[in-house]
Design a protein around this ligand. Sequence first.
Ligand code: ATP
Ligand code: MG
Length: 421
Amino acid sequence: MTLATVRGMKDILPPESARWTELEGLFRAHAVRYGFLEIRTPLLERTELFARAVGETTDIVEKEMYTFTDRSGESLTVRPEGTAPVVRALLNHRADAGEWPARFFYIGPMFRHERPQKGRLRQFHQFGAEAFGTDSPYADAEAVAFLHGFLAAAGLAGVSLEINSLGDPECRPAYLDALASFLAAKEGELCDDCRRRAGRNPLRVLDCKAERCVRATADAPSILDFLCGPCRDHFHGVESALASSGILFSRNPRMVRGLDYYRRTTFEFVIPGMGAQNTVAAGGRYDGLAEMLGGRERVPAIGFAVGVERLLMLLGEGRAAGPSAEAYLVVATPALLPEAFRRKMELSACGVRADMDYEGRSVKSQFRRADRSGARVVLVFGEDEAHRGAVVYRDMERGLQEEIPAETAIRRLCDREKKEE
Ligand code: ATP
Ligand code: MG
């Protein structure tokens, strides 16, 4: 029996892999425009990092992490998200981060032990960005604008932006009290998980996707009514910066995000009607995280992450991959293989995608393969031509063929490549 992949983990094969590369390229290009530089952190971190950063009572830490004890007895976790590692890296290399604001982006896999379903995997991928060192609402608006620009360039339609503020340690406690008393009265209507959550982390209940919980909390108090002066000013600052950049949004006071580190602004790009997997990208401000992780100073920060699988799913079937070859080399007899092979290597070296058959198939079969390869030019290596140092150059698009010196054929193909670059 052959072995299958681990549940919830997927191979990415061509032609799909080409769409990944394309999307990654697009994200990188946008990141650079907005001043974000790439950071790559290890896949493994000390478990404590996520327990402290993401929060002990979040779904991620409670039940989704891939945690194990390594050979030296240390508890390690395969990263479930990208923000905590980036903050850890920033604290470890504070001196290298340069002047504030420091802006980073990352691309890579994340791991969560969730129930696999459409748009929900155990190894999934995120594009993320984090900006450190500024409190300004313009930084929030800029992160949103970057994400908005990227999603639009990727061709995502029908997406809407929702924003909220979660307040800060000044004003949130009063809201949590109000929410907790509201939930206490609704206890019987909540799902089992939420009955537990209601006491320990009431915000989580607003994030529950169970229909009964959504119904029970329909008229829960709104956090926006509880914001203190500075948080309200910040929220209005974000709203007006977005409005003045022509980015449409709506308020969603129920949006709490699945991680504990958020402060003030949170935002999501959602596709209506996609069920529980409707969030394509999400982010927020997390000014307190660096201190929670042992940093000596307060480092204001704002970031987001895009779910790559969900984005690809929403973009639908992409364009088919281009032709697999530009030139196909047909060999009349196996004795000409060495010469044809040498020429194929020359073509590859100058940037022409060339293909040929190494198995000694009939000429007819080689021509069939040449056709299927989509090659625009077929070079035929025949015995008679070989004596004259020549090949047959067949232009498949124009249906013309001529005998020319092999050197000339190679040069022509390489020049054509250069012209099209
Ligand atoms: P959800 O509410 O859908 O579980 P989340 O709040 O756990 O999402 P984040 O941790 O904010 O998600 O991650 C940002 C994005 O990563 C999500 O909006 C989503 O697009 C994607 N994502 C999260 N978990 C998964 C998963 N298990 N499989 C695929 N994509 C995911
Ligand atoms: Mg989740």
